[in-house]
Design a protein around this ligand. Sequence first.
Ligand SMILES: [Zn+2]
Length: 64
Amino acid sequence: MLRRHDIYATCPWCGRGKTMADTRADIRISCHCSNCGKYYKVDFNTMRVDKINPRVRKKLRIGK
Ligand SMILES: [Zn+2]
């Protein structure tokens, strides 16, 4: 059974909080998990979920 909110990302920290989307799109959003209170980023184009350290406000970079 397909539901409208069939696309969702699960919180990478606690694995419980979910972020829903109507459709896949080339968007990336930052989410605040209501379950564990941590932050994560969801790319609804690739359905990739990345953890975000809320204490670092600048863009994450590999290396420095
Ligand atoms: Zn969570």
